[in-house]
Ligand binder design. Structure first.
Ligand SMILES: Cc1ncc(COP(=O)(O)O)c(C=O)c1O
Length: 401
C-alpha cells in the first residue's frame, strides 16, 4: 500500500462515497496555527460556522456541531430526545439504517424495524400504517436515513412527513443526512424534520471529524423531558455558549476553520447549483453503467442517489477483487459493498469537490478496470457519460435556446 509520500504519480482518485476529495482551499484553511478557542477570533469563527450550518440544513432553528464522526451525532439525536425503553420506528434501507438501529438498541430503546430489500427507500405508506396502529402513541420517533450510502437509494422526506401527519401521530421525525447534506436538496424546516444528523466528510468536503444535529423547537422541548443519560452530547450544554460563538469544551478548531471555507465555497457556487451538479454527475454515471450492461442496485430510478451509485457485480465476479485491481492499477479507491451486499456490489462516489472531468476519469478507471478484471461488460460507458455531459454543458451556454 503506497504511503502518503510514496504514492504513484498524480492525484489519488478518492471515489468512495465519503470521505471525499478535500479542496485545496479547505486544506489551506485548516493548515494554520491553532487559535485560542476562548478568544475573540474564535467567537467570530464559531458564529460564522453555526450560521452557515443553519443555511446548509435549511433551518432557522438550532444547530450544534460535535467534534465527532457521524455516529456521535446519531447518538446525540437519540439521547437528547428519548427515554429508556421508548419505542422508535426505523426502516431497513441498508447497512447504515441497520447500524443506527443497533446503536438505538444499545441505548435501551425498543426498535420497530420495517423490513426492506436494500434496493428501495422508506415506504411512507408502511410508516403511516404502523403509526395508525399505534393508537397509544408509544412510538416516540421515526428515524430514517435520507441517503442510504450502502445502496445508493435516496428516500423522499416530504411523503414520510405527510404520512406521519395523516396518521395524526406526535412522533418526532429524525433524518440521517450524512451522505446527502450539501449535495442533495434538503430542507430541515420546510420538510418538518425534528432532528437532522449530518457529518463533515461528504458533501461538506472536509476530512472526517465533525458532525451535526439540527433540531426543531419540538425536539428541544422533548429534550427537557428525555431521560436517557447524556452529558457530552447534551444540546443544552451547547446552546448557551454557542449563542456567543463558543463551545462548552475544546472544539475541533482547525476543522472549523476548514468548515468556514467549505461553506464559503458552497455559497459562492450556490446550493441550488451544487445540487444540480450532483444530479448531473449521478445521471452521467447511471448512463455509463447502463451502457456497460451492468445493474444498478437502486431498483426505482426515482430514488436513485445523486451522491453515489452502487453497481451489482455479474454472477461469479467478486466486487472486492475488481476494486483491488482498480486501486493497484489506477490508484482509485471505489466504495466496497457493506453488510449484506459485501463482495456483491461496488460503489462509485460522485459527490463533494468534483467536476465533469474528474467524473470522466473516474468512469474511465472503472471501464478499464472491468476490462482488466475480465468482468463481462460492453464498451462505451464513458462515451455515454461524456455525451450526456456535453449536452448538459451545451444547454448551460448563455446562447442556448
Ligand atoms: C448514511 C450514513 N449514516 C451514518 C454514517 C456513519 O458516520 P461515521 O462513519 O462518520 O460515524 C455514515 C458513514 O458513512 C453514513 O454514510
Amino acid at each position: 500500500m503506497p504511503t502518503a509520500d510514496r504514492r504513484p504519480a498524480g492525484r489519488h482518485f478518492l471515489q468512495i462515497p465519503g470521505p471525499t476529495n478535500v479542496p485545496d482551499r479547505v486544506l489551506r484553511a485548516i493548515d494554520r496555527p491553532t487559535i485560542d478557542h476562548r478568544g475573540p477570533e474564535f467567537a467570530e469563527l464559531g458564529r460564522t460556522v453555526l450560521a452557515g450550518m443553519k443555511r446548509v440544513f435549511g433551518t432557522e432553528s438550532h444547530v450544534v456541531i460535535y467534534p465527532a464522526s457521524g455516529t456521535g451525532a446519531w447518538e446525540a439525536a437519540l439521547v437528547n430526545t428519548l427515554s429508556p425503553g421508548d419505542r422508535v420506528l426505523m426502516a431497513e434501507t441498508g447497512q447504515f439504517a441497520a447500524l443506527w438501529r443497533k446503536l438505538a438498541e444499545r441505548l435501551s430503546l425498543s426498535v420497530e424495524f420495517l423490513p426492506g430489500d436494500w434496493r428501495h427507500g422508506v415506504d411512507a405508506s408502511e410508516v403511516e400504517s404502523r403509526l395508525r396502529a399505534d393508537t397509544a402513541h408509544a412510538i416516540k420517533a421515526v428515524c430514517i436515513v435520507h441517503n442510504e450510502t450502502s445502496t445508493g437509494v435516496t428516500t423522499r422526506i416530504p411523503p414520510v412527513r405527510a404520512a406521519i401527519d395523516r396518521a395524526g401521530h406526535p412522533a418526532l421525525l429524525m433524518v440521517d443526512t450524512i451522505s446527502s447534506l450539501a449535495s442533495i436538496d434538503y430542507r430541515h424546516d420546510e420538510w418538518g424534520v425534528d432532528v437532522s444528523v449530518g457529518g463533515s466528510q461528504k458533501g461538506l468536503m472536509l476530512p472526517p471529524g465533525l458532525s451535526f444535529n439540527a433540531f426543531s423547537a419540538k425536539a428541544l422541548a422533548a429534550s427537557e423531558r428525555a431521560k436517557l443519560p447524556r452529558s457530552y452530547w447534551d444540546w443544552r450544554e451547547m446552546l448557551a455558549p454557542n449563542a456567543s460563538g463558543f463551545f462548552p469544551y475544546t472544539p475541533a478548531t482547525n476543522l472549523l476553520c476548514g468548515l468556514a471555507e467549505a461553506q464559503a465555497m458552497l455559497f459562492e457556487e450556490g446550493l441550488a447549483n451544487v445540487f444540480a451538479r450532483h444530479d448531473r454527475h449521478a445521471e452521467a454515471t447511471r448512463r455509463a453503467v447502463r451502457a456497460w450492461g451492468l445493474e444498478i442496485l437502486c431498483a426505482d430510478p426515482a430514488e436513485a442517489s445523486s451522491t453515489l451509485t452502487a453497481i451489482v457485480m455479474p454472477d461469479g465476479h467478486n466486487a472486492d477483487a475488481f476494486r483491488r485491481i482498480v486501486l493497484e492499477r489506477y490508484d482509485m479507491s471505489l466504495g466496497q459493498g457493506l453488510g449484506r451486499v459485501a463482495g456483491k456490489v461496488f460503489r462509485i462516489g460522485h459527490l463533494g469537490w468534483f467536476n465533469d472531468l474528474m467524473l470522466c476519469g473516474t468512469l474511465a478507471g472503472v471501464e478499464m478496470g472491468l476490462a482488466l478484471a475480465g468482468v463481462p461488460h460492453r464498451k462505451g460507458g464513458v462515451d455515454s457519460a461524456m455525451a450526456f455531459l456535453v449536452d448538459a454543458a451545451r444547454q448551460a451556454l448563455p446562447h442556448a435556446a
